[in-house]
Write a protein that binds this ligand. Structure first.
Ligand SMILES: [Zn+2]
Length: 158
């Protein structure tokens, strides 16, 4: 199968783009932060494709996630084989978000997570970063939003 077809089907960009991503996430220190977090969690590090790092068997209890990504480092308490291709693709999409937002990614992500929580009671459903990375691939449900009016009324009535 032609490389272009594979890239289109998997969402993977070409080598030039992934090199730019690797350099950007090195310069904005997000990949370094990911490696430090992986080390702190006693994860087993290995190089993945396209400039990615895999950190498997992460042992810290936070964050509570089947997998999470910091810079170009995809971190999981289990293994890459266990989380599977859809979750890996979802996590790799977050690496592009780090490239775009750099040091602002984490505060923006936490804000988006809070917004999602307020609107749906779910941390991912209305989180723009999780939606862009693919809710279903990440194992998240698309929870309907709660009307803001009822939220306000509930707050006011105690
Ligand atoms: Zn995600």
């Amino acid at each position: 199968m032609a490389a272009r077809t594979v890239q289109r089907q998997t969402g993977h960009m070409d080598d030039g783009a992934t090199t730019v991503r690797a350099v950007a996430n090195f310069v904005n220190v997000s990949t370094l932060a990911g490696l430090v977090i992986a080390r702190a969690g006693k994860a087993e590090l290995s190089r993945g494709p396209r400039g990615l790092w895999y950190a498997e068997h992460y042992r810290l209890p936070f964050p509570v996630a089947g997998a999470f990504t910091v810079g170009n480092v995809i971190i999981t308490p289990t293994s890459v084989a266990e989380i599977g291709g859809a979750v890996l693709a979802h996590e790799e999409r977050h690496t592009w978000q780090y490239m775009v937002f750099g040091a602002f990614f984490l505060p923006l992500y936490v804000t988006a997570m809070g917004w999602s929580w307020i609107r749906t009671g779910d941390r991912a459903a209305r989180n723009a970063f999780e939606r862009a990375a693919g809710l279903a691939d990440g194992g998240y449900a698309d929870v309907p939003v709660r009307p803001l009016r009822s939220l306000c009324e509930r707050r006011l009535s105690g």
